[in-house]
Design a binder for this molecule. Structure first.
Ligand code: ZN
Ligand code: FE
Length: 255
Protein backbone atom coordinates (compact mmCIF):
# COMPACT_ATOMS: atom_id res chain seq x y z
CA UNK A 1 0.00 0.00 0.00
CA UNK A 2 1.75 3.14 -1.03
CA UNK A 3 1.34 6.77 -1.86
CA UNK A 4 3.48 8.08 -4.69
CA UNK A 5 4.45 11.73 -4.90
CA UNK A 6 5.41 13.77 -7.95
CA UNK A 7 6.99 17.15 -7.26
CA UNK A 8 5.71 19.92 -9.54
CA UNK A 9 7.72 23.15 -9.39
CA UNK A 10 5.54 26.23 -9.99
CA UNK A 11 6.10 30.00 -10.25
CA UNK A 12 9.57 31.02 -9.02
CA UNK A 13 10.14 28.80 -5.99
CA UNK A 14 6.79 27.17 -5.13
CA UNK A 15 6.13 23.45 -5.05
CA UNK A 16 2.86 21.66 -5.74
CA UNK A 17 2.72 17.92 -5.02
CA UNK A 18 0.76 15.39 -7.05
CA UNK A 19 -0.03 12.38 -4.91
CA UNK A 20 -1.59 9.09 -5.93
CA UNK A 21 -2.87 6.03 -4.14
CA UNK A 22 -1.13 3.24 -6.03
CA UNK A 23 -3.90 0.74 -5.30
CA UNK A 24 -6.89 2.73 -6.51
CA UNK A 25 -5.34 5.36 -8.78
CA UNK A 26 -7.00 8.15 -6.79
CA UNK A 27 -4.99 11.31 -7.34
CA UNK A 28 -4.77 14.66 -5.56
CA UNK A 29 -2.65 17.77 -5.65
CA UNK A 30 -1.49 19.78 -2.67
CA UNK A 31 -1.73 23.52 -3.43
CA UNK A 32 -2.12 25.05 -6.87
CA UNK A 33 0.21 28.01 -7.37
CA UNK A 34 -0.46 27.75 -11.12
CA UNK A 35 -2.84 25.33 -12.90
CA UNK A 36 -0.78 24.67 -16.04
CA UNK A 37 2.36 22.92 -14.76
CA UNK A 38 0.03 20.58 -12.85
CA UNK A 39 -2.24 19.97 -15.83
CA UNK A 40 0.76 19.25 -18.02
CA UNK A 41 2.11 16.74 -15.53
CA UNK A 42 -1.26 14.98 -15.13
CA UNK A 43 -1.63 14.71 -18.90
CA UNK A 44 1.91 13.45 -19.31
CA UNK A 45 1.30 10.74 -16.71
CA UNK A 46 -2.19 9.93 -18.00
CA UNK A 47 -3.67 10.54 -14.55
CA UNK A 48 -7.08 11.91 -13.62
CA UNK A 49 -7.23 14.43 -10.79
CA UNK A 50 -9.77 13.67 -8.05
CA UNK A 51 -8.97 16.21 -5.32
CA UNK A 52 -7.27 19.54 -4.68
CA UNK A 53 -5.98 20.02 -1.12
CA UNK A 54 -5.24 23.57 0.03
CA UNK A 55 -2.84 24.41 2.89
CA UNK A 56 -3.57 28.14 3.24
CA UNK A 57 -5.10 31.15 1.55
CA UNK A 58 -2.03 32.92 0.13
CA UNK A 59 -2.24 33.56 -3.61
CA UNK A 60 0.96 31.64 -4.39
CA UNK A 61 -0.82 28.51 -3.11
CA UNK A 62 -4.36 28.97 -4.46
CA UNK A 63 -4.20 31.11 -7.61
CA UNK A 64 -4.63 28.13 -9.95
CA UNK A 65 -7.34 26.32 -7.95
CA UNK A 66 -10.39 27.66 -9.79
CA UNK A 67 -8.99 26.95 -13.23
CA UNK A 68 -7.69 23.48 -12.31
CA UNK A 69 -11.05 22.65 -10.72
CA UNK A 70 -12.91 23.79 -13.84
CA UNK A 71 -10.70 21.77 -16.17
CA UNK A 72 -10.56 18.55 -14.11
CA UNK A 73 -13.76 18.54 -12.01
CA UNK A 74 -11.68 17.74 -8.92
CA UNK A 75 -13.08 18.24 -5.39
CA UNK A 76 -11.58 21.22 -3.59
CA UNK A 77 -10.68 20.62 0.07
CA UNK A 78 -9.53 23.27 2.55
CA UNK A 79 -9.88 24.62 6.08
CA UNK A 80 -13.43 25.34 7.20
CA UNK A 81 -12.22 28.22 9.38
CA UNK A 82 -10.72 29.94 6.32
CA UNK A 83 -13.51 29.13 3.85
CA UNK A 84 -14.45 32.84 3.59
CA UNK A 85 -11.09 33.61 1.96
CA UNK A 86 -10.31 30.38 0.11
CA UNK A 87 -11.54 29.42 -3.37
CA UNK A 88 -14.95 27.66 -3.25
CA UNK A 89 -14.59 24.47 -1.23
CA UNK A 90 -16.47 21.22 -1.94
CA UNK A 91 -15.29 19.74 1.35
CA UNK A 92 -14.29 21.89 4.32
CA UNK A 93 -12.21 20.27 7.03
CA UNK A 94 -11.20 20.95 10.64
CA UNK A 95 -8.45 19.74 12.97
CA UNK A 96 -8.51 16.00 13.50
CA UNK A 97 -10.69 15.27 10.47
CA UNK A 98 -9.49 12.47 8.23
CA UNK A 99 -9.78 12.56 4.44
CA UNK A 100 -9.22 9.68 2.05
CA UNK A 101 -7.27 9.67 -1.18
CA UNK A 102 -8.18 6.19 -2.36
CA UNK A 103 -7.00 3.86 0.40
CA UNK A 104 -4.67 6.44 1.88
CA UNK A 105 -5.89 8.49 4.83
CA UNK A 106 -4.67 11.96 5.73
CA UNK A 107 -5.19 13.56 9.10
CA UNK A 108 -5.82 17.30 9.12
CA UNK A 109 -3.32 19.07 11.38
CA UNK A 110 -4.05 22.56 12.62
CA UNK A 111 -0.75 24.39 11.92
CA UNK A 112 -1.28 28.15 12.42
CA UNK A 113 1.41 30.83 12.61
CA UNK A 114 2.22 31.78 9.02
CA UNK A 115 -1.53 32.34 8.64
CA UNK A 116 -4.27 31.69 11.18
CA UNK A 117 -6.15 29.05 9.20
CA UNK A 118 -3.10 27.15 7.92
CA UNK A 119 -3.52 23.35 7.86
CA UNK A 120 -1.20 20.46 6.99
CA UNK A 121 -1.99 16.99 5.69
CA UNK A 122 -0.43 14.00 7.45
CA UNK A 123 -0.56 10.63 5.69
CA UNK A 124 -0.01 8.28 8.59
CA UNK A 125 0.55 4.96 6.78
CA UNK A 126 3.06 6.31 4.31
CA UNK A 127 4.54 8.76 6.86
CA UNK A 128 4.39 11.86 4.68
CA UNK A 129 3.36 15.33 5.80
CA UNK A 130 2.51 18.24 3.50
CA UNK A 131 3.28 21.35 5.47
CA UNK A 132 2.77 24.30 3.08
CA UNK A 133 4.39 27.36 4.66
CA UNK A 134 4.44 26.11 8.27
CA UNK A 135 7.38 23.73 8.80
CA UNK A 136 9.84 24.14 5.92
CA UNK A 137 13.16 22.58 5.04
CA UNK A 138 15.58 24.11 7.58
CA UNK A 139 13.06 26.76 8.54
CA UNK A 140 9.49 27.77 9.15
CA UNK A 141 7.15 30.23 7.49
CA UNK A 142 7.15 33.91 8.33
CA UNK A 143 4.50 35.01 10.83
CA UNK A 144 2.09 37.04 8.72
CA UNK A 145 -0.93 36.51 10.96
CA UNK A 146 -0.14 34.30 13.93
CA UNK A 147 1.93 34.82 17.07
CA UNK A 148 5.29 33.29 17.95
CA UNK A 149 3.53 31.14 20.49
CA UNK A 150 1.20 29.79 17.81
CA UNK A 151 4.03 28.83 15.47
CA UNK A 152 6.04 27.28 18.29
CA UNK A 153 3.03 25.11 19.17
CA UNK A 154 2.72 24.19 15.49
CA UNK A 155 6.37 23.10 15.40
CA UNK A 156 5.88 21.10 18.59
CA UNK A 157 2.98 19.30 16.91
CA UNK A 158 5.25 18.27 14.03
CA UNK A 159 7.88 17.11 16.51
CA UNK A 160 5.40 14.54 17.80
CA UNK A 161 5.12 12.79 14.42
CA UNK A 162 7.29 9.71 13.73
CA UNK A 163 10.83 10.82 12.98
CA UNK A 164 10.95 8.95 9.65
CA UNK A 165 8.12 11.18 8.38
CA UNK A 166 8.98 12.92 5.12
CA UNK A 167 8.31 16.66 5.07
CA UNK A 168 7.00 18.23 1.86
CA UNK A 169 6.94 22.02 2.20
CA UNK A 170 5.59 24.66 -0.13
CA UNK A 171 8.79 26.37 -1.31
CA UNK A 172 12.38 25.81 -2.33
CA UNK A 173 13.97 27.85 0.47
CA UNK A 174 16.63 25.41 1.67
CA UNK A 175 19.67 27.38 0.53
CA UNK A 176 18.78 30.68 2.18
CA UNK A 177 17.41 28.85 5.23
CA UNK A 178 20.68 26.92 5.54
CA UNK A 179 22.69 30.15 5.46
CA UNK A 180 20.65 31.46 8.37
CA UNK A 181 20.89 28.14 10.22
CA UNK A 182 24.69 28.24 9.92
CA UNK A 183 24.76 31.78 11.30
CA UNK A 184 23.17 30.58 14.57
CA UNK A 185 24.49 26.99 14.70
CA UNK A 186 27.95 27.20 13.13
CA UNK A 187 29.45 24.19 14.93
CA UNK A 188 26.72 21.79 13.74
CA UNK A 189 28.58 19.21 11.61
CA UNK A 190 25.49 17.67 10.08
CA UNK A 191 24.26 21.14 9.08
CA UNK A 192 27.58 21.97 7.42
CA UNK A 193 27.46 18.71 5.46
CA UNK A 194 23.87 19.26 4.43
CA UNK A 195 24.63 22.83 3.33
CA UNK A 196 27.07 21.34 0.81
CA UNK A 197 24.50 18.72 -0.26
CA UNK A 198 21.91 21.43 -0.91
CA UNK A 199 24.31 23.33 -3.13
CA UNK A 200 25.11 20.16 -5.11
CA UNK A 201 21.42 19.31 -5.53
CA UNK A 202 20.55 22.81 -6.71
CA UNK A 203 23.53 22.91 -9.07
CA UNK A 204 22.15 19.75 -10.71
CA UNK A 205 18.65 21.31 -10.92
CA UNK A 206 17.38 18.87 -8.31
CA UNK A 207 14.92 19.54 -5.49
CA UNK A 208 15.90 19.70 -1.82
CA UNK A 209 12.45 18.43 -0.82
CA UNK A 210 11.31 16.28 0.81
CA UNK A 211 13.44 16.24 3.94
CA UNK A 212 12.76 14.02 6.94
CA UNK A 213 11.78 15.03 10.44
CA UNK A 214 14.84 13.18 11.67
CA UNK A 215 17.05 15.44 9.52
CA UNK A 216 15.10 18.56 10.52
CA UNK A 217 15.60 17.74 14.21
CA UNK A 218 19.34 17.77 13.55
CA UNK A 219 19.65 20.90 11.43
CA UNK A 220 16.54 23.12 11.60
CA UNK A 221 17.33 25.85 14.17
CA UNK A 222 13.64 26.51 14.87
CA UNK A 223 13.03 22.89 15.85
CA UNK A 224 16.20 22.96 17.96
CA UNK A 225 14.99 25.87 20.13
CA UNK A 226 14.28 23.50 23.03
CA UNK A 227 17.66 21.72 23.11
CA UNK A 228 19.97 22.63 26.04
CA UNK A 229 23.13 22.42 23.91
CA UNK A 230 21.58 24.65 21.26
CA UNK A 231 20.46 27.20 23.87
CA UNK A 232 23.98 27.12 25.31
CA UNK A 233 25.44 28.02 21.90
CA UNK A 234 23.18 31.07 21.81
CA UNK A 235 23.96 31.96 25.43
CA UNK A 236 20.24 31.57 26.19
CA UNK A 237 20.29 28.73 28.76
CA UNK A 238 17.91 30.56 31.09
CA UNK A 239 15.32 31.26 28.39
CA UNK A 240 12.22 29.19 27.72
CA UNK A 241 11.92 27.18 24.50
CA UNK A 242 9.34 29.58 23.19
CA UNK A 243 11.54 32.60 23.93
CA UNK A 244 14.43 31.03 22.02
CA UNK A 245 12.12 30.30 19.10
CA UNK A 246 10.85 33.89 19.14
CA UNK A 247 14.41 35.26 19.23
CA UNK A 248 15.37 33.13 16.20
CA UNK A 249 12.25 33.99 14.21
CA UNK A 250 12.83 37.73 14.71
CA UNK A 251 16.51 37.33 13.83
CA UNK A 252 15.57 35.48 10.64
CA UNK A 253 13.05 38.17 9.66
CA UNK A 254 15.96 40.62 9.51
CA UNK A 255 18.58 38.26 8.11
ZN1 ZN B 1 2.14 31.56 2.38
FE1 FE C 1 3.95 30.57 0.07
Amino acid sequence: MSLSVIIVPCLIDNYAYLIRCEETGHTAVIDVPDAYPILNMINELGWKLNSILITHHHSDHVDGVEQLQKLTGANVIGAKSDSHRLPNLNISVSTGDVISIGNQQAEILNTPGHTIGHISYFFKDSKKVFTGDSLMSLGCGRLFEGTHKMMWNTLKLFMKLPKETLVYSGHEYSYSNAKFALSVDSSNTRLKEYYKEIQDLLKDNKYTVPTSLELEFAINPFLRSALPEFKLGLDMCQKTDHEVFQYLRILKDNF
